[in-house]
Design a protein around this ligand. Structure first.
Ligand code: NAI
Ligand code: MG
Length: 482
């Protein structure tokens, strides 16, 4: 029961990386200065599965120095050489697919099929796109009488969260390296094991010493030291809006470049004339994937009054198929579980109707940080559960009267990361999507594109990740006039 649905498929024989008691600085694994460690838990079993160092400011300082020392040579390498290293890293990620998937399944609690198809194959594909972009990108152009060069920003401090642990690392490190930057990574304390695997892969791919450095540890210690270090030219952060706001302020004070990928409360707008059953089923799957721990999840489903009750029934039926411990994995830790359950109770207090799931622990699952897949109906657009990021398998169904009402509700939060529009045809859906204050919208079930720019309007963030737009974040321009 407590295996979290992680039944081994025959072809999967991956081993969970148990962590090494070392940080990766200047091309070598070395002990951290202090003796403190981070215990890594499997959220499905609540058992400790590994340890990594809880690094401190001295370790961060050593890592930043190593990155600065490596910068002149790496930034001067030909883009084709950088492309070759990234391509080698992509191939090694593909070769280690089973180990990466097993490690993310262990430390995040993701069911193995999802850990393989999404947490492993997506970052491998993203690595491939930056290998291509490094080779293709025009790092030099002519503008009238000037030659304009795109040059690396410098030393990048990358701070990543636990929800898509390897994807979020690759979405920062790969473009930074493609641009010619050097990097110090501070991964999330809940999921540092796959970060260590990744450090080994980059070294094996032939990345020179000091170009990539890994410092594991806690946010307010190692993370903060990295943000504040004067040797860091740019901070790229993904995580909570609260921490992102503080990082943005610190970076602004030091006039460092900053990229922030923060929270979301994205709207899934189902217009009259859309295929309701498909829109609702895809919408529920979108929210429950990764146990609801997705910044771009469509956590608000907007349905017209006429078809609202039908949508509620469809959503409840779809949600019932997500059995905790099978298709629905646990959330990452006990704190997140309590937070998510608290939001469900808050929704009920505010007048929402539970039509699937609820705040109680799932039956017959005494172990593991599980939350029932929950659908809240009759959610008021201004209520807490319609405004705040819950980060668990909780869908809010909201009724709208007409298209203008739907647009007002869709745009009525502080966030603007993603969204979906379903219409009778693409043209109708596109016209609505163009009026949404958000960075990415899927039209009639359009699929995630690893080369499309990803990032937020409003308080969902600053800057873009992925593809050519993601690469541009790590470049600055120099003009020479003739
Ligand atoms: P968090 O924002 O505290 O953690 C993200 C990263 O920031 C981690 O690596 C952490 O160590 C680091 N960090 C924390 N405090 C820091 C500081 N003072 N200076 C520098 N780095 C620091 O997120 P947390 O507490 O794990 O999750 C809380 C909520 O945040 C979630 O419920 C969710 O709503 C949101 N979140 C959003 C994510 C997204 O993808 N946009 C990802 C993770 C969390
Ligand atoms: Mg936190």
């Amino acid at each position: 029961m407590a295996d979290g649905g992680k039944q081994q498929e025959p072809e999967q024989s991956g081993r969970v990386h148990q962590g090494r008691d070392a940080v990766f600085i200047g091309g070598e694994w070395r002990p951290a200065v202090g003796a403190e460690r981070v215990d890594v838990l499997d959220p499905a079993t609540e058992q400790v599965i590994g340890h990594v160092p809880a690094a401190g400011a001295q370790d961060v300082d050593a890592a930043v120095r190593a990155a600065r020392e490596a910068l002149p040579a790496w930034s001067a390498t030909a883009p084709g050489r950088r492309a070759a290293v990234l391509a080698a890293a992509r191939d090694l990620m593909a070769a280690r697919r089973a180990d990466i998937a097993a490690t993310v399944a262990g430390e995040l609690g993701a069911p193995l099929p999802f850990a393989t198809a999404v947490h492993t194959d997506m970052p491998t594909a993203v690595m491939g796109t930056f290998a291509d972009l490094a080779a293709e990108h025009p790092f030099e152009e002519t503008v009238g009488t000037s030659r304009v060069f795109q040059e690396p920003v410098g030393v990048v401090g990358a701070i990543t969260p636990w929800n898509y642990p390897l994807h979020q690392i690759v979405a920062k490190v790969a473009p930074a390296l493609a641009a010619g930057c050097t990097v110090v990574l501070k991964p999330a304390e809940d999921t540092p094991l796959v970060a260590q695997l990744f450090a080994g892969i980059l070294a094996e791919a032939g990345l020179p010493a000091g170009v990539f450095n890994l410092v594991t540890g806690f946010g307010p210690v190692a993370g903060q030291a990295l943000v504040e270090h004067p040797g860091v030219d740019m901070v790229s952060f993904t995580g909570s809006t609260a921490v992102g706001r503080a990082i943005g302020a610190a970076a602004g004070g030091a006039v460092k470049r900053v990229a922030l990928e923060l929270g979301g409360k994205s709207a899934n707008v189902i217009l009259p004339g859309a295929d309701l059953a498909r829109a609702v089923n895809v919408g529920v799957a979108n929210v429950f994937a990764n146990s609801g721990q997705t910044c771009s999840a469509w956590t608000r489903m907007l349905v017209d009054a006429e078809r609202y009750e039908e949508a509620v029934e469809l959503a409840a039926a779809a949600a019932a198929k997500y059995r905790p411990g099978e298709r629905l994995g646990p959330v990452v830790n006990a704190k997140q579980r309590e937070r998510v359950r608290g939001y469900i109770r808050k929704g009920v207090e505010e007048g929402a109707r539970i039509v699937a799931g609820g705040p109680e622990a799932p039956e017959a699952l005494p172990t593991g940080y599980y939350v029932q897949g929950t659908v809240l109906a009759d959610v008021a657009p201004e209520s807490t559960v319609a405004q705040e990021e819950i980060f668990g398998p909780v869908l809010a169904l909201i009724r709208y009267q007409d298209e203008e009402d739907a647009l007002r509700i869709a745009n009525g939060t502080v966030y603007g990361l993603a969204g979906a529009v379903w219409g009778p045809d693409d043209e109708t859906a596109v016209a609505f999507a163009r009026r949404m204050d958000t960075g990415q919208v899927d039209i009639n079930g359009g699929r995630f594109n690893v080369r499309a720019p990803f990032g937020g309007y409003k308080q969902s963030g600053v800057g873009r990740e992925l593809g050519a737009h993601g690469l541009a974040e790590y470049l600055q321009t120099k003009s020479l006039q003739f």
